[in-house]
Design a protein around this ligand. Structure first.
Ligand code: PLP
Length: 396
């Protein structure tokens, strides 16, 4: 027998938690593990703009024929406008090439395989800490993963000097994974001056930035959140972006993202992109159409786009409100530890500072599910569950 020798794989640290949550029969359970937006009613509804785009598609769709390897062409154009700005010189100079990909995860995997087969890059630097799946994706693809300093638990803040120092020790050709905005899991982003310093460092040391951009619009705003990417792109001649629309369009299960390559000129972009297409062909041949059609329909229709922007702003503002309420409620529960840093962080997540034992007690005694690192998905908090969560935290 062959399969009898196969060992049990460990449960995914985040999705495994969701399985445990689903199996928990306690009625007051709260899931603050996986990064999914929930509204005040604790639901993750389909956006209205998405529903309307789907109605248009149902009406107008003529074929289920294969897409090209790079996916929906109109989608790839709107992705570039969102990333670099609609009047970006990168776009007019045709220095960017985009392929639709199955989610941000699919885009990261395509980027990793492209790097391995076509460049000298064998090493990718990720922040310490980073999204739990980064190491898994890059190592499975065959890259060596190294860490650069980022977060200091004691101060609940980043150590930018240490980050620069670590990246100064990287070798020419190494890849640097950067979170475009709403750093997962810490919620702490670089400011514009720091982005420029990182861009300059990449230029001087010949490091290749790979932006993971999964939360555009969840920080400050759609344009504002792209400032870091745009600042670096203005400095370095080439980079990669893996973006996702799972969160900002609520299209989690449609698996919709994109991988974008920026090269120093149009000819190099096109040639390098042929290798990205080769990678895709060997993996899943061509992407599923539905998510790409939804996003391109919304973004190329003024009315739907305006509605989507409002819906995104509503999600962003609700999370910001939950941050403040969470901090205030913890204080009101008599928690002495200072949690005010939570209201200064960006995006869906907060690195709460709760330790492994406290996280375990929250789950076992109070049915509150948080990732072992202490990362809380603030997007899962509601006015209703905040008192329950804060009371429990006060006890642990
Ligand atoms: N990158 C980061 C930082 C994420 O947090 C996530 C999702 O949680 C992704 C990428 C992947 O997104 P997707 O679900 O589109 O694959």
């Amino acid at each position: 027998m062959i399969f009898t020798q196969v060992s049990q794989a460990p449960a995914d640290p985040i999705l495994g938690l969701t399985d445990a949550f689903k199996a928990d029969e306690r009625p007051h359970k709260v899931n603050l593990g996986v990064g999914i937006y929930k509204n005040e009613a604790g639901q993750t509804p389909v956006l209205n703009s998405v529903k309307k785009a789907e109605a248009i598609l149902l009406e107008t769709e003529q074929t289920k024929n294969y897409l090209g390897i790079e996916g929906v062409l109109a989608y790839n154009q709107v992705v570039q406008s969102l990333l670099f700005g609609k009047d970006s010189q990168i776009i007019t100079d045709k220095r960017a090439a985009t392929a639709q990909a199955p989610g941000g995860t699919g885009a990261l995997r395509v980027a990793a395989e492209f790097l391995l087969s076509n460049t000298v890059s064998r090493t990718i630097w990720v922040s310490n800490p980073t999204w739990a799946n980064h190491q898994n994706i890059f190592e499975t693809a065959g890259l060596t993963v190294k860490q650069y300093a980022y977060y200091v638990p004691e101060t609940h803040d980043m150590d930018f000097d240490a980050m620069v120092e670590d990246l100064s020790n990287a070798t020419a050709g190494d890849v640097v994974l950067l979170h475009g905005c709403c750093h997962n899991p810490t919620g702490i982003d670089l400011n514009i001056e720091q982005w420029k310093i990182i861009g300059q460092l990449c230029l001087e040391k010949s490091l290749l930035p790979l932006f993971d951009f999964a939360y555009q619009g969840f920080g400050v705003g759609i344009e504002e959140d792209a400032q870091g990417l745009r600042a670096v792109a203005a400095i370095v001649p080439e980079l990669l972006v893996a973006n996702s629309f799972s969160k900002n369009f609520g299209l989690y299960n449609e698996r919709i993202g994109a991988v974008t390559l920026v090269a120093e000129d149009a000819e190099t972009a096109l040639r390098s992109f042929s290798q990205i297409k080769k990678t895709i062909r060997a993996n899943y041949s061509n992407p599923p159409a539905h998510g790409g059609l939804i996003v391109s329909t919304i973004l190329s229709n003024d009315e739907l786009r305006a509605e989507w922007e409002l819906e995104l702003a509503e999600m962003r503002l609700r999370i910001a409100k939950m941050r403040t309420l969470f901090v205030d409620s913890l204080k009101a529960e008599g928690v002495e530890q200072d949690f005010s840093f939570i209201s200064r962080q960006n995006g869906m997540f907060s690195f709460s500072g709760l330790n492994k034992q406290q996280v375990a007690r929250l789950k076992d005694e109070f049915a509150i599910y948080i990732v072992g690192s202490g990362r809380i998905s603030v997007a899962g908090l509601t006015q209703q569950n905040i008192p329950i969560v804060c009371k429990a935290i006060a006890q642990v």
